[in-house]
Structure formats: structure tokens, C-alpha cells
Design a protein around this ligand. Structure first.
Ligand code: SAM
Length: 307
């Protein structure tokens, strides 16, 4: 999608958005240390979540504006009832790519059905290849289930399979080469994600973050890597998002939200949603400012906005 300037049809070069990330729930069945506190999370009442019908309407408008790729996330998307029916609904609007990011705990039993409904691929989060460490980072869930889920996803044709890894300094940063070897052995695409200040408990600190450059250099010493530069995938922070409660968000660090849910429930049609989407793209700040002095955490955590 390209942003238009005040509806006059002028397109801003460089702001072309073809990817939309949709969070379908803020709930999760795990409690990763970098994500949610072990106890005491409160979640949105169901009435505040977009229904599947509402998500489908927004997605159709986004497709008409040039979005070709949608990724479903959360929270944990597979804990929302009957997610397969949402996948069918989104498949029917016609997209080039429809993906899902999941912790994998319920994926093994759902993979074939999701693929049959039109899902093309999955990203599975897995922060350690050591069972005890995996459990201490994710606090609920276990490594064996997630590894089986990856196998099931591949068997169902949900390819390419990407594995998301959030490395934590002093806790799992010694697994960089293990993950690189895992990628080489399995053909799965391992992506190291820097720990971002989007944890619900507000405990992020820079000393826990393992910079991507360091990961790149450590792997390169053993297996030379090529930098993708501008031709790589857009960083997750650069995508347009629809939160579980129906707000458009142009960046996970933005507090500039527009509620598509309120607009839809107020009886507005596709034209109004299209206008909001264009505005969200237009307002997009190029890059985010976590490295700037005075950076303030955003009001919403990753579980609320979807990652
Ligand atoms: N529950 C699903 C999962 O675990 O993949 C989907 C939602 S989760 C928010 C999506 C991705 O965001 C996961 O790969 C997770 O590891 C990552 N993530 C969560 N909190 C993060 C944080 N504070 N910093 C960086 N990545 C984070």
C-alpha cells in the first residue's frame, strides 16, 4: 500500500506497505520472561476483540489498497477459538501470502487443518534448544512439543518454516552457534530477534539485549554470512499492525492509534476504513527511536499489540 497525501492521489515514494500484521488475541498460554509476568496478567474482554467478520472486513480493505501479505499473531493466535475459520475467511479474499506466528504449543494438531484452510507458512518461536533452559525462559510449555510442531508444520507443507529466537544476555546468548547449526541441519530459517522494551512487566534493560551485529559476527567466524542489507526482510518494527482490539498501529513503539473497531461498530463502511489505513501509513515515522536519548516505553506491551 502506498500512502496518499490528503486523498489527492499523490503517492509518497518509499512508503509502500504490502504487509499487515494482525493480532487476533492478547491472551497467551505461555509466560515468556521477556513478554509477560508469570501471574497477574489481565486480558481484554472478548467484546473488545475484533470478531473474525470484522477482521475480514479490514483485511479486504487492506487488500484493495495493495496489501498482499498478512501475518496472524497475538498473544498466542492458536488459543483463539476456531482460528482455522479466520484463515479460511482471509484465504477467500485473495492474498499472496498468509502466515502465522505461534509458540507452537498447539500447532502439531492444527497444522494440517490450517494448511487445508489456506495458511501458507508459519513462524515458530523457540528461544533455546536446551529443554531445561527453554522451560525457564518460556515458563510454561516444553521444547519437545515445539520441535514436534515444527515437524508437523513441515509435513503439512507450511513452508518455509521460520524459527524466531529472542536471545537474552547471560541466559541463552551462548546458543548462537547451536541455532546456526540447527538452521544448517534442518533447512529452517532461524531469525534472531533483539529483546525489545515491549515486555508487559516493564523489566527490559539494554544489558539483556544481544545485538544483531554481535550474532552476525559470531556466526560469521564459523560459517561466513552475507549481509542482506536493504534487500533483506523488513524488520518487524516496520510493519503496519492491527491490534487485537482493532487499532491500527504504524509501529510497535507508537502511541498513535486509530480504532478501526470503533469506526466499524459505528456503522462506517469500507471507505472510512481505507481512509484510516492511509492515515496510519502516512503518519508512519521512519524508523523507531529506542536508541535515542529520552526514549520512553510505549503504553502497550507486545502481548497487546502483537509481535
Ligand atoms: N505467541 C506467539 C509466539 O510466541 O510466537 C506470537 C506472538 S509473539 C509476541 C511474536 C514474537 O514476538 C515471538 O517470536 C516472540 O518471541 C517475540 N517477542 C515477544 N516479546 C518480545 C520482546 N520483548 N522483544 C522481542 N521480541 C519479543
Amino acid at each position: 500500500m502506498a500512502s496518499s497525501c490528503k486523498g489527492d492521489g499523490a503517492y509518497l515514494v518509499g512508503r509502500v506497505h504490502t504487509d499487515l500484521l494482525i493480532s487476533v488475541t492478547d491472551r497467551c498460554n505461555l509466560r515468556c520472561v521477556y513478554y509477560m509476568p508469570d501471574e497477574g496478567m489481565t486480558f481484554l474482554p472478548r467484546s473488545q476483540l475484533l470478531s473474525y467478520e470484522e477482521i475480514g472486513r479490514v483485511a479486504a480493505v487492506a487488500r484493495d489498497l495493495g496489501v498482499t501479505s498478512i501475518r496472524l499473531t497475538g498473544g498466542e493466535p492458536l488459543v483463539r477459538k476456531d482460528l482455522t475459520s479466520l484463515v479460511s475467511r482471509l484465504t477467500s479474499i485473495g492474498l499472496e501470502d498468509l502466515a502465522l506466528t505461534t509458540n507452537g504449543m498447539q500447532l502439531a494438531k492444527m497444522a494440517a487443518g490450517l494448511a487445508a484452510a489456506g495458511l501458507k507458512r508459519v513462524n515458530v518461536s523457540c528461544d533455546s534448544l536446551r529443554a531445561d533452559r527453554f522451560e525457564s525462559i518460556r515458563r510454561r510449555g516444553d521444547l519437545a512439543t515445539v520441535l514436534s510442531a515444527m515437524d508437523a508444520a513441515e509435513a503439512a507443507g507450511l513452508l518455509p518454516l521460520k524459527v524466531n529466537v529472542v536471545l537474552l544476555r547471560g541466559r541463552s546468548d551462548d546458543e548462537v552457534l547451536d541455532f546456526a547449526a540447527f538452521a544448517r541441519e534442518t533447512g529452517r530459517i532461524v531469525r534472531f530477534i533483539e529483546f525489545m522494551p515491549l515486555d508487559a512487566q516493564g523489566q527490559w534493560d539494554r544489558s539483556s539485549l544481544v545485538p544483531g551485529q554481535e550474532v552476525f559476527e559470531r556466526i560469521s567466524q564459523v560459517w561466513p554470512l552475507e549481509a542482506l542489507g536493504d534487500h533483506g526482510e523488513p524488520a518487524p518494527a516496520e510493519r503496519l499492525r492491527l491490534t487485537a482490539d482493532g487499532a491500527f498501529l504504524n509501529c510497535p513503539f507508537s502511541d498513535d492509534e486509530r480504532s478501526a473497531r470503533d469506526v466499524l461498530r459505528g456503522g462506517a463502511g469500507a471507505g472510512e476504513i481505507a481512509r484510516m489505513l492511509r492515515e496510519a501509513v502516512w503518519a508512519k515515522f521512519p524508523g523507531h527511536a529506542t536508541n535515542q536519548p529520552g526514549f520512553l516505553r510505549p503504553a502497550r506491551s507486545m502481548s497487546m499489540i502483537g509481535g
